[in-house]
Design a protein around this ligand. Structure first.
Ligand SMILES: Nc1ncnc2c1ncn2[C@@H]1O[C@H](COP(=O)(O)OP(=O)(O)O)[C@@H](O)[C@H]1O
Ligand SMILES: Cc1cn([C@H]2C[C@H](O)[C@@H](COP(=O)(O)O)O2)c(=O)[nH]c1=O
Length: 270
Protein backbone atom coordinates (compact mmCIF):
# COMPACT_ATOMS: atom_id res chain seq x y z
CA UNK A 1 0.00 0.00 0.00
CA UNK A 2 1.44 3.41 -0.93
CA UNK A 3 0.71 6.53 0.99
CA UNK A 4 -2.63 7.64 2.23
CA UNK A 5 -2.39 11.30 2.99
CA UNK A 6 -4.01 11.89 6.34
CA UNK A 7 -4.15 14.77 8.76
CA UNK A 8 -2.51 12.64 11.42
CA UNK A 9 0.10 9.90 11.30
CA UNK A 10 -2.12 7.53 13.21
CA UNK A 11 -4.38 6.38 10.41
CA UNK A 12 -6.59 3.60 11.70
CA UNK A 13 -7.73 1.07 9.13
CA UNK A 14 -10.02 -1.56 10.57
CA UNK A 15 -11.48 -4.17 8.28
CA UNK A 16 -14.32 -6.04 9.96
CA UNK A 17 -16.39 -8.87 8.54
CA UNK A 18 -19.26 -7.28 6.68
CA UNK A 19 -22.67 -8.81 7.22
CA UNK A 20 -24.15 -6.92 4.31
CA UNK A 21 -22.24 -7.00 1.06
CA UNK A 22 -22.67 -3.71 -0.80
CA UNK A 23 -21.09 -5.21 -3.92
CA UNK A 24 -24.27 -7.27 -4.25
CA UNK A 25 -26.51 -4.31 -3.75
CA UNK A 26 -26.18 -2.39 -6.97
CA UNK A 27 -29.28 -1.11 -8.59
CA UNK A 28 -30.39 -2.74 -11.77
CA UNK A 29 -31.27 0.64 -13.24
CA UNK A 30 -29.83 0.09 -16.68
CA UNK A 31 -28.56 3.56 -17.43
CA UNK A 32 -26.53 3.64 -14.21
CA UNK A 33 -23.03 2.44 -14.90
CA UNK A 34 -21.62 0.05 -12.32
CA UNK A 35 -17.97 0.37 -11.40
CA UNK A 36 -17.84 -2.63 -9.06
CA UNK A 37 -16.10 -4.84 -11.61
CA UNK A 38 -12.38 -4.33 -10.96
CA UNK A 39 -11.71 -4.11 -14.65
CA UNK A 40 -13.62 -0.84 -14.63
CA UNK A 41 -11.64 0.59 -11.74
CA UNK A 42 -9.60 3.58 -12.82
CA UNK A 43 -6.24 2.39 -14.05
CA UNK A 44 -3.04 4.12 -13.05
CA UNK A 45 -1.75 6.69 -15.43
CA UNK A 46 1.15 8.88 -14.39
CA UNK A 47 1.95 11.51 -16.95
CA UNK A 48 4.13 14.57 -16.73
CA UNK A 49 2.40 17.82 -17.53
CA UNK A 50 3.27 18.69 -21.10
CA UNK A 51 4.55 22.16 -21.98
CA UNK A 52 1.27 22.87 -23.77
CA UNK A 53 -0.69 22.24 -20.56
CA UNK A 54 -2.54 25.43 -19.80
CA UNK A 55 -2.25 25.85 -16.09
CA UNK A 56 -3.51 29.23 -14.97
CA UNK A 57 -1.30 29.25 -11.90
CA UNK A 58 2.46 29.10 -12.21
CA UNK A 59 2.88 27.48 -8.81
CA UNK A 60 1.38 24.35 -10.30
CA UNK A 61 3.83 24.03 -13.18
CA UNK A 62 6.57 21.46 -13.02
CA UNK A 63 4.74 19.01 -10.78
CA UNK A 64 3.79 15.50 -11.78
CA UNK A 65 0.16 15.34 -12.73
CA UNK A 66 -2.13 13.12 -14.77
CA UNK A 67 -3.46 14.94 -17.79
CA UNK A 68 -6.89 13.44 -17.37
CA UNK A 69 -8.89 13.15 -14.19
CA UNK A 70 -11.94 11.07 -13.40
CA UNK A 71 -15.07 11.48 -11.31
CA UNK A 72 -16.87 8.45 -9.87
CA UNK A 73 -20.08 8.88 -7.93
CA UNK A 74 -21.57 6.46 -5.37
CA UNK A 75 -25.15 7.27 -4.33
CA UNK A 76 -28.06 5.60 -2.55
CA UNK A 77 -30.12 5.91 0.62
CA UNK A 78 -28.66 5.71 4.11
CA UNK A 79 -27.28 2.27 5.12
CA UNK A 80 -26.76 1.28 1.47
CA UNK A 81 -23.00 0.80 1.81
CA UNK A 82 -21.81 4.08 0.27
CA UNK A 83 -19.07 4.68 2.85
CA UNK A 84 -18.10 0.99 2.76
CA UNK A 85 -17.76 1.15 -1.03
CA UNK A 86 -15.80 4.39 -0.86
CA UNK A 87 -13.40 2.91 1.70
CA UNK A 88 -12.91 -0.23 -0.36
CA UNK A 89 -12.16 1.76 -3.50
CA UNK A 90 -9.83 4.19 -1.76
CA UNK A 91 -7.89 1.32 -0.17
CA UNK A 92 -7.71 -0.45 -3.49
CA UNK A 93 -6.32 2.69 -5.15
CA UNK A 94 -3.80 3.04 -2.35
CA UNK A 95 -2.78 -0.62 -2.70
CA UNK A 96 -2.21 0.07 -6.38
CA UNK A 97 0.40 2.62 -5.39
CA UNK A 98 -1.55 5.82 -5.77
CA UNK A 99 -1.50 8.75 -3.35
CA UNK A 100 -4.87 9.01 -1.71
CA UNK A 101 -6.66 11.41 0.65
CA UNK A 102 -10.18 11.25 2.03
CA UNK A 103 -12.39 14.20 2.93
CA UNK A 104 -15.70 14.30 4.76
CA UNK A 105 -18.04 17.07 5.74
CA UNK A 106 -17.33 18.40 9.20
CA UNK A 107 -21.11 18.62 9.65
CA UNK A 108 -21.10 14.87 10.19
CA UNK A 109 -19.95 14.52 13.78
CA UNK A 110 -21.69 11.18 14.38
CA UNK A 111 -18.61 9.02 14.89
CA UNK A 112 -15.96 11.62 15.67
CA UNK A 113 -14.53 14.26 13.40
CA UNK A 114 -11.37 12.94 11.87
CA UNK A 115 -12.55 9.58 10.52
CA UNK A 116 -15.07 8.33 8.07
CA UNK A 117 -16.84 5.45 9.72
CA UNK A 118 -19.32 2.99 8.22
CA UNK A 119 -22.44 1.86 10.06
CA UNK A 120 -20.49 -1.37 10.72
CA UNK A 121 -17.64 0.49 12.39
CA UNK A 122 -15.09 0.27 9.58
CA UNK A 123 -12.93 3.35 9.82
CA UNK A 124 -10.42 5.49 7.92
CA UNK A 125 -8.76 8.77 8.86
CA UNK A 126 -9.92 11.75 6.87
CA UNK A 127 -9.87 15.52 6.51
CA UNK A 128 -13.04 16.95 8.07
CA UNK A 129 -13.87 20.13 6.13
CA UNK A 130 -16.60 22.73 6.14
CA UNK A 131 -15.97 23.59 2.51
CA UNK A 132 -14.00 21.70 -0.15
CA UNK A 133 -12.43 24.97 -1.26
CA UNK A 134 -10.24 24.88 1.86
CA UNK A 135 -8.75 21.47 1.07
CA UNK A 136 -5.72 22.59 -0.96
CA UNK A 137 -4.66 25.03 1.72
CA UNK A 138 -5.26 22.54 4.55
CA UNK A 139 -3.29 19.73 2.97
CA UNK A 140 -0.60 22.01 1.55
CA UNK A 141 0.24 22.65 -2.10
CA UNK A 142 3.08 20.13 -2.27
CA UNK A 143 0.91 17.32 -0.87
CA UNK A 144 -1.97 18.34 -3.14
CA UNK A 145 0.20 18.03 -6.21
CA UNK A 146 1.34 14.55 -5.19
CA UNK A 147 -2.22 13.48 -4.64
CA UNK A 148 -3.76 11.25 -7.28
CA UNK A 149 -7.03 10.12 -5.70
CA UNK A 150 -9.44 12.14 -3.57
CA UNK A 151 -12.32 10.41 -1.77
CA UNK A 152 -15.23 12.54 -0.55
CA UNK A 153 -17.81 11.19 1.92
CA UNK A 154 -21.10 12.82 2.97
CA UNK A 155 -20.82 14.82 -0.23
CA UNK A 156 -24.42 16.05 0.00
CA UNK A 157 -23.29 18.52 2.65
CA UNK A 158 -20.74 20.33 0.44
CA UNK A 159 -22.16 23.33 -1.37
CA UNK A 160 -19.02 23.68 -3.50
CA UNK A 161 -18.98 20.01 -4.60
CA UNK A 162 -19.47 20.79 -8.30
CA UNK A 163 -16.77 23.46 -8.44
CA UNK A 164 -14.28 21.36 -6.49
CA UNK A 165 -14.81 18.21 -8.58
CA UNK A 166 -14.60 19.96 -11.92
CA UNK A 167 -11.36 21.70 -10.92
CA UNK A 168 -9.81 18.59 -9.37
CA UNK A 169 -10.64 16.32 -12.32
CA UNK A 170 -10.55 18.61 -15.36
CA UNK A 171 -7.68 20.83 -14.38
CA UNK A 172 -5.64 18.99 -11.76
CA UNK A 173 -5.99 15.48 -13.19
CA UNK A 174 -7.22 13.87 -9.96
CA UNK A 175 -9.43 10.82 -9.66
CA UNK A 176 -12.29 11.93 -7.44
CA UNK A 177 -14.52 9.32 -5.81
CA UNK A 178 -17.64 10.87 -4.31
CA UNK A 179 -20.10 9.16 -1.95
CA UNK A 180 -23.33 10.73 -0.76
CA UNK A 181 -27.10 10.76 -0.63
CA UNK A 182 -28.84 11.33 -3.95
CA UNK A 183 -32.11 12.17 -2.19
CA UNK A 184 -33.17 13.64 1.15
CA UNK A 185 -35.92 12.32 3.44
CA UNK A 186 -38.51 13.88 1.12
CA UNK A 187 -36.83 12.17 -1.87
CA UNK A 188 -35.73 15.52 -3.26
CA UNK A 189 -32.35 15.92 -4.94
CA UNK A 190 -29.62 16.38 -2.33
CA UNK A 191 -26.72 18.09 -4.07
CA UNK A 192 -24.74 15.07 -5.23
CA UNK A 193 -26.90 14.89 -8.35
CA UNK A 194 -25.32 18.17 -9.49
CA UNK A 195 -22.17 16.30 -10.44
CA UNK A 196 -23.84 13.56 -12.52
CA UNK A 197 -23.27 15.51 -15.77
CA UNK A 198 -19.52 15.68 -15.09
CA UNK A 199 -19.11 12.10 -13.80
CA UNK A 200 -17.39 9.17 -15.51
CA UNK A 201 -19.45 6.62 -13.62
CA UNK A 202 -22.38 6.44 -11.22
CA UNK A 203 -23.08 3.57 -8.85
CA UNK A 204 -26.51 3.50 -7.25
CA UNK A 205 -26.57 1.29 -4.16
CA UNK A 206 -29.57 0.00 -2.31
CA UNK A 207 -30.14 -0.97 1.32
CA UNK A 208 -32.67 -3.42 2.75
CA UNK A 209 -36.10 -2.13 3.73
CA UNK A 210 -36.26 -2.29 7.50
CA UNK A 211 -39.95 -3.16 7.35
CA UNK A 212 -40.00 -5.96 4.79
CA UNK A 213 -36.41 -6.76 3.76
CA UNK A 214 -36.97 -5.81 0.12
CA UNK A 215 -34.49 -3.55 -1.71
CA UNK A 216 -34.61 -0.05 -0.23
CA UNK A 217 -33.90 3.05 -2.31
CA UNK A 218 -35.28 5.70 0.03
CA UNK A 219 -34.58 7.09 3.49
CA UNK A 220 -37.54 7.60 5.82
CA UNK A 221 -37.20 10.14 8.61
CA UNK A 222 -38.98 8.71 11.62
CA UNK A 223 -39.21 11.98 13.50
CA UNK A 224 -41.09 15.22 12.92
CA UNK A 225 -38.12 17.53 12.27
CA UNK A 226 -38.49 19.30 8.94
CA UNK A 227 -35.08 20.87 8.38
CA UNK A 228 -33.33 19.38 5.39
CA UNK A 229 -29.99 18.78 7.07
CA UNK A 230 -30.29 16.72 10.21
CA UNK A 231 -27.23 14.67 11.09
CA UNK A 232 -28.31 11.42 12.72
CA UNK A 233 -28.31 7.65 12.34
CA UNK A 234 -30.72 4.78 12.89
CA UNK A 235 -32.40 6.66 15.75
CA UNK A 236 -33.92 9.06 13.22
CA UNK A 237 -33.70 7.38 9.81
CA UNK A 238 -34.41 4.03 8.23
CA UNK A 239 -34.01 2.70 4.71
CA UNK A 240 -37.30 1.67 3.10
CA UNK A 241 -38.74 0.33 -0.15
CA UNK A 242 -41.19 2.39 -2.21
CA UNK A 243 -44.27 0.82 -0.61
CA UNK A 244 -43.08 1.46 2.93
CA UNK A 245 -41.84 4.95 2.10
CA UNK A 246 -45.36 5.85 0.95
CA UNK A 247 -47.09 4.12 3.88
CA UNK A 248 -44.55 5.67 6.28
CA UNK A 249 -45.47 9.15 5.05
CA UNK A 250 -49.18 8.29 5.40
CA UNK A 251 -48.63 7.15 9.00
CA UNK A 252 -46.69 10.33 9.79
CA UNK A 253 -49.46 12.48 8.31
CA UNK A 254 -52.12 10.54 10.25
CA UNK A 255 -50.16 11.10 13.47
CA UNK A 256 -49.92 14.82 12.68
CA UNK A 257 -53.71 14.96 12.12
CA UNK A 258 -54.37 13.25 15.46
CA UNK A 259 -52.10 15.69 17.29
CA UNK A 260 -53.66 18.68 15.51
CA UNK A 261 -57.20 17.54 16.35
CA UNK A 262 -56.18 16.92 19.94
CA UNK A 263 -54.63 20.41 20.19
CA UNK A 264 -57.74 21.99 18.67
CA UNK A 265 -60.00 20.17 21.13
CA UNK A 266 -57.82 21.20 24.07
CA UNK A 267 -57.85 24.79 22.77
CA UNK A 268 -61.65 24.92 22.55
CA UNK A 269 -62.00 23.65 26.13
CA UNK A 270 -59.97 26.54 27.48
N1 LIG B 1 -31.45 -1.76 6.57
C1 LIG B 1 -30.19 -1.95 6.24
N2 LIG B 1 -29.86 -2.29 4.97
C2 LIG B 1 -28.58 -2.49 4.63
N3 LIG B 1 -27.54 -2.34 5.48
C3 LIG B 1 -27.79 -2.00 6.74
C4 LIG B 1 -29.12 -1.78 7.18
N4 LIG B 1 -29.06 -1.43 8.48
C5 LIG B 1 -27.74 -1.43 8.83
N5 LIG B 1 -26.97 -1.79 7.79
C6 LIG B 1 -25.51 -1.89 7.85
O1 LIG B 1 -24.96 -0.72 7.25
C7 LIG B 1 -23.81 -1.07 6.50
C8 LIG B 1 -23.52 -0.03 5.45
O2 LIG B 1 -22.94 1.06 6.11
P1 LIG B 1 -22.35 2.31 5.33
O3 LIG B 1 -21.34 1.85 4.33
O4 LIG B 1 -21.91 3.28 6.38
O5 LIG B 1 -23.64 2.85 4.56
P2 LIG B 1 -23.97 4.31 4.03
O6 LIG B 1 -22.70 5.07 3.92
O7 LIG B 1 -24.64 4.10 2.69
O8 LIG B 1 -24.94 4.91 5.02
C9 LIG B 1 -24.16 -2.43 5.94
O9 LIG B 1 -23.02 -3.17 5.65
C10 LIG B 1 -25.00 -3.05 7.04
O10 LIG B 1 -24.22 -3.87 7.90
C1 LIG C 1 -32.06 11.50 4.51
C2 LIG C 1 -31.30 12.61 5.14
C3 LIG C 1 -30.11 12.36 5.80
N1 LIG C 1 -29.42 13.37 6.38
C4 LIG C 1 -28.16 13.11 7.07
C5 LIG C 1 -28.22 11.98 8.06
C6 LIG C 1 -26.80 11.48 8.11
O1 LIG C 1 -26.10 12.29 9.04
C7 LIG C 1 -26.29 11.74 6.68
C8 LIG C 1 -26.29 10.51 5.80
O2 LIG C 1 -25.40 9.54 6.31
P1 LIG C 1 -25.10 8.12 5.59
O3 LIG C 1 -23.61 8.05 5.61
O4 LIG C 1 -25.67 8.16 4.20
O5 LIG C 1 -25.73 7.10 6.45
O6 LIG C 1 -27.17 12.71 6.13
C9 LIG C 1 -29.89 14.68 6.31
O7 LIG C 1 -29.26 15.62 6.82
N2 LIG C 1 -31.09 14.92 5.68
C10 LIG C 1 -31.81 13.95 5.09
O8 LIG C 1 -32.89 14.24 4.50
Amino acid sequence: MKSLIFPTRTAAILIPTLVFNPSKSLSSISNFISVRNPKFLPHIRHLRVSSSYSSPSTEENGHFQKTEGEIHVIVGPMFAGKTTTLLRRVKSESSNGRNVAVIKSSKDTRYGLDSIVTHDGEKLSCWPLEALSSFKERIGLEAYHKLEVIGIDEAQFFEDLYDFCIKAADHDGKTVIVAGLDGDYLRRSFGVLDIIPIADSITKLKARCELCGNPAFFTLRKTEETERELVAGADVYMPVCRKHYVSGQVVKQAARNVIETHNLQCGSLL
